[in-house]
Design a protein around this ligand. Structure first.
Ligand code: GAL
Length: 380
């Protein structure tokens, strides 16, 4: 299932990217590799500030580059594709020496990348792979298929069908679950949903898990731009259409904490979490502080932690290697085919966080403080 989906989506994304065309700018041209950091500018384009993870990513990349003396042009695109294209065009015309790009739509930046290549500006794809272009030079991310497996597994553990050590749990089906995926224009979505479905499918096939809405295809369960409100609306619709017979939702697969919070709001508005009507098990991703509080309070079940500090560090290492005329160190040269070429990647490990893991994984590592977890808000 996962593989079939990957192939289908890859084809669609490539077709889309081939259809895209518009002009770019001219950059500052190739550098010798001997410049002082203060003579070099790194353009950093992030998708949105509505999600705190991208703010953390942007800040981490900027401060790490500045600490090494580089100039940084950090821009957020408000989840608007033309804005991001324009911002990247501008970085190129203003003479950026390296670009670090987290794309809103993985196929929409091809012409910018062409312009960057013409100006010999290396391009690093940040967490979301840019598709349909040969001009992506490096990719820094996590093992995104494993993120999906971790989310599917966390749903099974939360439901009691599996124990944390992978052994069989004591719960018995049938249990009602609903599925959510991310934005289809984000290359990661296919990996997250593919990994989760490969994990859940045997339980769906033998009737242990029942998707009452029958919505199981990526197109049916996707959430455009990963938006919380869109997820809330879809959960509300699912509750009124598939659960108006007195039946209950036991679990919801969610690929990202913002989506999880939308799902939880819809459930709470429908009376879940009060009295005997327990909230379903809801998964997540990104360890966003609002969701960590919910996990700590027993409202959300789990999240997948991806340390953005380490991701930023890898992006900075890759940028520096390019500026010194070296190839960045990759640890994966097989997985991330963007439809035109396999992009060399550095992939970081992930960790599932349940309530019991908050202290060791997030507080002791300094990612969030105990006060932030209690407040559900970042201090800085
Ligand atoms: C994905 C990313 C996830 C999550 C999501 C929504 O590309 O890998 O960690 O942040 O976007 O922002």
């Amino acid at each position: 299932m996962g593989r079939k989906f990957l192939v289908a989506l890859g084809g669609a994304a490539l077709a889309l990217s081939l259809a895209a065309c518009s002009g770019g700018g001219a950059g500052s041209g190739e550098k010798s590799g001997d410049e002082k950091p203060s003579d070099l500018t790194i353009g950093v384009s992030m998708p949105t500030q509505t999600s705190e993870r991208w703010i953390a990513d942007g800040n981490a990349v900027k401060s790490k580059l500045e600490a090494k003396g580089y100039k940084v042009d950090l821009q957020y695109a408000g989840d608007d594709i033309p804005t991001q294209s324009q911002q990247v065009d501008q970085m190129i015309t203003q003479g950026a020496d390296v670009l670090i790009l987290a794309a809103i739509d993985g196929t929409a930046l091809s012409s910018q990348l062409q312009a960057a290549a013409a100006a010999k500006i290396p391009v690093i794809s940040y967490d979301r792979l840019i598709r349909g272009s040969k001009d992506v030079d490096f990719y820094v991310s996590f093992d995104n298929y494993k993120v999906g497996v971790a989310q599917g597994t966390a749903l099974l553990v939360g439901l009691g069908l599996l124990n944390k050590d992978g052994s069989k749990g004591t719960a018995k089906g049938p249990l009602n679950v609903e599925l959510f995926a991310g934005s289809l224009d984000d290359n990661n979505t296919q990996f997250f949903f593919g990994g989760a479905m490969d994990t859940l499918k045997p339980f769906i096939d033998d009737g242990t898990l029942v998707v009452k809405s029958k919505q199981t295809t990526p197109e049916q369960v996707a959430t455009l731009r990963w938006q919380q409100e869109t997820a809330q609306k879809r959960m509300e619709n699912l509750l009124t259409s598939a659960y108006n017979d007195g039946s209950k939702v036991d679990g919801v697969l969610s690929p990202y904490d913002g989506i999880s919070r939308g799902i939880i709001t819809a459930l709470q508005n429908a009376g879940y979490g009060k009295g005997a009507k327990k909230l379903p098990v809801v998964t997540g991703q990104d360890a966003e502080i609002a969701s960590i509080k919910l996990i700590n309070d027993g409202v959300q079940s789990s999240t997948v932690f991806k340390d953005t500090r380490l991701l930023a560090e890898q992006a900075v290492n890759a940028a520096e290697a390019f500026l010194q005329k070296k190839q960045p160190q990759a640890n994966d040269t097989k997985t991330y085919n963007n439809g035109v070429k396999v992009v060399p990647a550095y992939l970081l490990p992930i960790a599932t966080v349940y309530k019991d893991d908050i202290k060791a994984t997030l507080i002791d590592s300094g990612y969030w403080t105990a006060d932030e977890v209690a407040a559900g808000q970042a201090k800085k």
